[in-house]
Design a protein around this ligand. Structure first.
Ligand code: SF4
Length: 593
């Protein structure tokens, strides 16, 4: 919660005193956010608020209000146009619970890393609270929670299919994806007298109606996807196939007597548009009333985002569904200007901790055939094999790193975002530069598995590419006299992974002397292909049934196999070897343990 005693006027107002300091007696738009207010472009609500502010709207932010207390929402009065609600940078259920459905006791987006500052299903709870506080006020929802729950979806925590969040929240309009320009347009039209619930023609939005337009792609209804897993898979496949912003069509999914209509995604931003966003007057720090550190801010305070989007299309990842497959890169000048701003910050000590994006080495990459890109239905440009139309040139990314490192005040420049190793065979100059100058000891890569069948299911590169990467990595390190390591990110219990496959993965790790520090246990988060595989036990594209490791016991054994080097893993590894009748592999896996 925000302590109102200190209220610097350059923050977006969070209370009446800050409104008064700007001479405002009323807001146009009120944001409600599940995250603490950090005035930095890496945080969605402040980014949108600064954009609306730059367009002349009077904007306020209520961060992490007590959803049980009506007064927590009324402090700045009723906004003139609408309220905009987001759960925060993460889905609130993912934020609150582990893969084992245990309650987490921390929250990196809250001062002091404290849990409990936001409700479960935050979008629904905040919309109810704000509608209770201001009767009849239009409410718009957005952010990752709303975006990925825009259609009927499987919810792991309820272990059931839930309705579109538009229906459950009773919001007037849903904005999905990054939403900057959709929100600006909504503000303009509402200021002109339209109601958000009547805006039906805007890209990147979803709405509820009794009269869906003609020429939509009809999806199986909520009732059908609840009753029939094949229908669920079909709805997912249809929705994923229409994600192309240039040619994707409008989707319609009946929910009872009404229909959720999802318009095509927003067009990717140009470099000039993205640059404008990053040039907004962010203070680049948490609201000054916070007394405790916010871990998510500490992590990014000396880092710079170079681009958004990802064309990898990994089955378990939501980035493609949220940010899109097209890489939207900032211009070099814009990134360098941010480097210079950072370099003059009083607390900056000369080290940029990260220059990257969802995958650092995708900066500046694109499809080299505009006509093909417009019609493309592939969910990934890299899977099942790299598309010949993908321009993988490392020129832009390499040049950017070189130039950024030469800016005054920069002693070290690291890349700590993940790097797509399957692009590196086409990016020798970037790879070399990365190893020589930009790894702070350990390089993060995400092979996720080494089992061919699992990798196929995950839409990831096959193990031979990782073996190539390992060899090159060691050679490049030797060449520049460095002894750096890699941190491989691996996932346990992904749909399609059997225990015996996981034993093979563990053997691959042992043979390559790879020790994994952290293993992600697969969590079926809303809106991904992997979640669809988990829920339906079937691949919606091939119709083939797949194996899903569900039991707690098997999930723990899979995790232990990936953490083969830890003494506490030994009993579970022995159990897995016994079940699969592969005790002979115990010698290699467990040594003398
Ligand atoms: S045509 Fe190829 S490179 Fe272009 S968007 Fe489609 S998959 Fe990607």
């Amino acid at each position: 919660m925000i302590n109102r005693l200190k209220t610097p006027e350059l923050f977006i107002p969070t209370c009446r005193a800050e409104m008064a300091a700007r001479g405002w007696d009323e807001l146009d738009i009120l944001f409600i956010s599940g995250d603490a207010y950090v005035d930095h472009p890496a945080f969605g609500v402040p980014l949108l608020a600064r954009l609306l502010e730059s367009a002349g709207y009077r904007v306020g932010i209520i961060a992490q209000p007590d959803w049980r207390d009506k007064q927590a929402f009324t402090g700045m009065g009723r906004p003139r146009l609408f309220a905009a609600v987001a759960a925060g940078a993460m889905d609130s259920m993912v934020n609150h619970y582990t893969a084992a459905k245990k309650r987490r006791n921390d929250d990196a987006y809250t001062p002091g890393n404290r849990a409990g500052a936001r409700p479960n299903r935050a979008v629904i709870a905040y919309v109810a609270a704000i509608k209770g506080a201001f009767r009849g006020l239009p409410v718009i929802i957005g952010g990752i929670e709303a975006s990925l729950r825009r259609l009927a979806h499987y919810d792991y925590w309820d272990d059931a299919v839930r309705r579109s969040i538009l229906v459950d929240s009773k919001a007037d309009l849903l904005l999905y994806g990054m939403a900057e320009f959709a929100l600006l347009e909504v503000a303009r039209r509402v200021a002109g007298g339209e109601l958000p619930a009547q805006i039906h023609d805007l890209r990147g939005t979803a709405y509820l109606t009794s009269n869906p337009p003609a020429n939509v792609i009809p999806l199986p209804s909520f009732d059908q996807v609840t009753a029939d897993k094949k229908a669920f898979g079909e709805a997912f496949r249809l929705a994923e196939t229409e994600q192309n912003p240039f040619s994707g069509r409008t989707l319609a999914q009946p929910h009872g007597h009404r229909c959720v209509v999802v318009n095509p995604p927003a067009l990717p931003l140009t470099a000039a548009e993205l640059d404008k966003l990053y040039a907004l007057p962010f203070l680049r720090r948490p609201h000054s009333s916070y007394c405790e550190k916010i871990p998510a801010y500490e992590q990014i305070r000396f880092s710079i985002t170079t681009h958004r989007g990802c064309f990898g299309g990994c089955a378990f990842c939501a980035i493609g569904m949220h940010q899109g497959k097209t890489i939207q890169s900032r211009s070099q000048q814009s990134v360098l200007a941010e480097v210079d701003t950072l370099a003059t910050a009083p607390e900056f000590r000369g080290t940029i901790s990260d220059l990257g994006g969802p995958s650092a080495n995708m900066y500046g990459l694109s499809c080299n055939d505009a006509g093909a890109e417009e019609k493309c239905r592939r969910p990934s440009c890299l899977w099942p094999q790299r598309c010949s139309r993908l321009d993988c040139s490392d020129q832009a990314a390499t040049k950017l790193l070189a130039q950024a490192q030469q800016r005054p005040g920069i002693k070290h420049l690291f890349v700590s975002s993940g790097v797509r190793f399957d692009l590196l065979p086409q990016q020798p100059a970037y790879f070399q530069r990365l190893i020589k100058h930009h790894v702070s000891g350990l390089l993060k890569v995400a092979p996720e598995s080494f089992a061919p069948a699992t990798l196929q299911m995950m839409r990831k590169a096959q193990p031979d590419l990782f073996s190539w990467f390992l060899k090159e990595f060691h050679q490049l390190n030797q060449g520049c006299g460095k002894r750096q390591g890699i941190v491989p990110y691996l996932m346990a219990a992904h749909p399609g992974t059997t225990l015996t496959q996981m034993i093979d993965v563990a053997l691959f790790l042992v043979r390559n002397k790879l020790k994994v520090e952290q293993v992600q246990e697969f969590t079926p988060t809303p809106g991904t292909l992997s979640t669809c595989l988990y829920y339906t036990d079937r691949n919606p594209y091939t119709g083939k049934e797949i194996y899903v490791p569900r039991s707690r016991e098997e999930r723990q054994m899979q995790k232990a196999l990936l953490l083969w080097h830890l003494p506490e893993s030994a009993p579970l590894i022995r159990q897995a070897l016994r079940i699969c009748q592969r005790q002979k592999d115990g010698v290699e896996l467990l040594g003398g343990r």
